[in-house]
Design a protein around this ligand. Structure first.
Ligand code: AHR
Length: 636
């Protein structure tokens, strides 16, 4: 019953189909993608973020060589009002007993996020803000030490300004070490104030200052994602009005950014802020998709959803005009000329050229209440009229089975929202049995952004179920405009969400089978879907396939998914409608035991295997049990 492919069987699909969703959950930002090694660098941790936290969390008072003095936290004259806490070191006496070849002094030690990974021969940029409170000058030493107190690297500088001044130093360890501590030590007597103590590897992704952890950023870049949505998820709207992620607070000098509690139970320095997100998108050729709150907080429950919620539901209507302006300002900041008010701030950060923002998301999984609808529409109308070039992505609640789904879609249809964001986390079987979900969606109407989805688990079976579903997303790429797996990053020992795409610790990265599936689809995407290329038994829902063509390269890409864990499935690939099929094709297969998974300890239990195969106009293929096969065929 399968006809040979004809022009009739091809259709244009979204060129932006597969991308990434970054949420600062599971320590994805601070302690994760953001390369800063010092934890609580500006002494802003507090008990409202996590019980027991205080401005000196992750810091220890350090007196070396029979020295003594005091350390206190103060707020009288901070570096900036947004960064109120700082430390005062009063060095009363510097002793003569030496720990490190004559070194004595008073200072403090930071243990980073469970220690700092340092590599022999690489350079680390230290900086801190300091001002002298008494004396003419104070000599400072900055040290990297091992757990047992061995000196790994050191540098020194002098503080002699009575105004806050940024001090810098460079550390180059001679040995690699995975759990180093940083010590900042005053080695002469006097009193000084210290804030924003920072240590970055000089080698960040693309060597950007205030940049990203190179290895983590690289595995994301390798996926060739078409877009990145950020900064969340629930993080975007927070759990109360004063916990919303306000983009304007996250640009400019890092020591001036507004820090706040992370809804997932930790802290946001905002060091990885909007500028860094946009820069990363540009660096890897992905379109930015910022998601801004729709003027209501998490689930619109009044902020009691998580510890520390502050109770207020929605931005009061009399403040909404100002909030709408904040959303409009983002477009000017991203796309306006360097001479515009907001474009000038982008230029001052080192990016005079526009960032070419195309998409803005408004809201995330919000409860579709009258308060939501009123505020969403205000933002939507203003954006549409001032910036018709921006594609607005709306929201339809947390689940396709929830009441917000229908209510959200009703609004989308009524006011013609270009794209809405659907979410689902569910059983792998659901992905197999719902492969036809989008076949019946209305074309030429509101499109779908499948902004969060995952089957519960990181075993190969989960990834292969997702792969089967992704062939259906390609088939429906004329109505599904974008899709992103969620969540993306999870730091071992710091997770709030069990199923994630990439696990990591300070030293290494575990790429899950789910990561490889996402990568194989996004790095092998096309902009035309061609039907009926793969001849298979369509009644077998465990066997899925798709064929796309990429107009830039001319490559034809066939994907075949076999979710059956024991049977090989036979298919025929019929390429007779394509001209110039080259016989040497690239084949990549992800296959293994259904229950196999990767871990930080055994990283590559499951990984794709690449080979060159010979293909003809028509060829047979045996899809192995529990596998995804990608065949990339040249036509030029
Ligand atoms: O991806 C984790 C969370 O799941 C997101 O923050 C939220 O949007 C969804 O409920």
């Amino acid at each position: 019953n399968i006809k040979a492919q004809t022009a009739k069987n091809s259709k244009k699909i979204s060129p932006d189909l597969f991308g990434l969703f970054f949420e600062d959950i599971n320590y994805a930002a601070d302690g994760g993608l953001y390369a800063e090694l010092v934890q609580n660098r500006s002494f802003e941790y507090g008990p409202t973020e996590r019980s027991g936290w205080n401005p000196l969390s992750y810091w220890e008072y350090a007196c070396l060589g029979f020295s003594y003095g005091q350390l206190s936290v103060e707020t009288n004259e901070p570096v900036h009002r947004n960064n109120p806490h700082y430390v005062v070191l009063n060095v009363e006496h510097v002793g003569h007993e030496a720990k490190y070849a004559g070194l004595s002094g008073v200072g403090m030690k930071n243990s980073g996020y469970d220690g700092m990974v340092i590599k022999a021969g690489e350079k680390y940029s230290f900086s801190m803000f300091a001002k002298l409170l008494s004396g003419k000058s104070i000599k400072m030493k900055v040290i990297l030490e091992s757990k047992s107190g061995a000196l790994l690297a050191s540098d020194s500088f002098t503080v002699d300004s009575k105004e806050w001044q940024k001090q810098t130093a460079s550390l180059q360890p001679s040995a690699s070490y995975d759990t180093a501590n940083l010590i900042v030590l005053a080695t002469t007597e006097g009193k000084l104030a210290v804030d924003e103590v920072s240590l970055f590897p000089e080698h960040t992704f693309k060597n950007r200052p205030n940049g990203l952890r190179a290895d983590l950023a690289q595995v994301l870049a390798d996926m060739k994602p078409k877009f990145i949505r950020f900064p969340g998820g629930c993080l975007a709207h927070g759990d109360g009005l004063n916990n919303m992620y306000r983009w304007e607070n996250t640009i400019g000098p890092v020591e001036q950014r507004v820090q706040q509690r992370n809804i997932w139970g930790y802290h946001q320095t905002a060091g990885l802020g909007y500028f860094e997100y946009f820069q990363f998108c540009e660096d890897i050729g992905a379109k930015p998709l910022p998601v801004l709150p729709a003027g209501v907080s998490c689930q619109n429950t009044g902020g009691t959803w998580r510890i520390g919620g502050t109770g207020q539901k929605a931005i009061p209507m009399e403040e909404m005009q100002a909030y709408v302006q904040e959303v409009l300002n983002l477009v000017e900041w991203a796309n306006g000329p360097a001479t515009s008010v907001w474009g000038a701030k982008r230029a001052a950060a080192g990016h005079p050229e526009p960032f070419h923002l195309e998409y803005i998301g408004i809201g995330n999984e919000d409860k579709i209440t009258p308060e939501f609808a009123e505020r969403f529409k205000m933002i939507f109308d203003a954006l549409k009229s001032k910036h018709p070039e921006i594609i607005i992505v709306g929201t339809v609640g947390p689940s396709p089975d929830g009441e917000d789904f229908d209510k959200g879609w009703a609004i989308a249809n009524e006011i013609k929202i270009p794209v809405v964001d659907e979410h689902y986390y569910t059983d792998p079987k659901w992905f197999i049995t719902h492969q036809h979900r989008y076949d019946s969606y209305k074309r030429n109407a509101t499109q779908v952004y499948l902004g969060e989805y995952a089957s519960w688990g990181n075993k190969l079976r989960n990834a292969i179920a997702e792969a089967a579903y992704m062939t259906a997303l390609e088939r429906n790429g004329d109505v599904v405009r974008m899709a992103s797996y969620a969540p993306m990053l999870a730091k071992k020992g710091f997770t709030q969400w069990g199923t994630d795409m990439i696990f990591f610790d300070n030293a290494s990265i575990c790429l899950t089978p789910n990561y490889y599936v996402q990568k194989l689809f996004s790095a092998n995407a096309g902009d035309t879907y061609v039907g009926n290329v793969v001849v298979k038994d369509d009644r077998d829902s465990a066997l899925a396939a798709s064929c796309v063509q990429d107009s830039k390269t001319g490559d034809v890409i066939v994907k075949v998914v076999n979710y059956d864990s024991s049977k090989t499935k036979k298919i025929v690939v019929d390429l007779s409608a394509f001209k110039n099929i080259q016989s040497n094709a690239q084949q990549i297969v992800l296959v293994g035991n259904a229950n196999a998974e990767n871990s930080l300890e055994k990283q590559e239990a499951i990984s794709p295997v690449e080979s060159t195969v010979t293909v003809g106009k028509k060829f047979n293929y045996d899809a192995p049990p529990m596998s995804l096969t990608v065949v990339r065929i040249k036509t030029r």
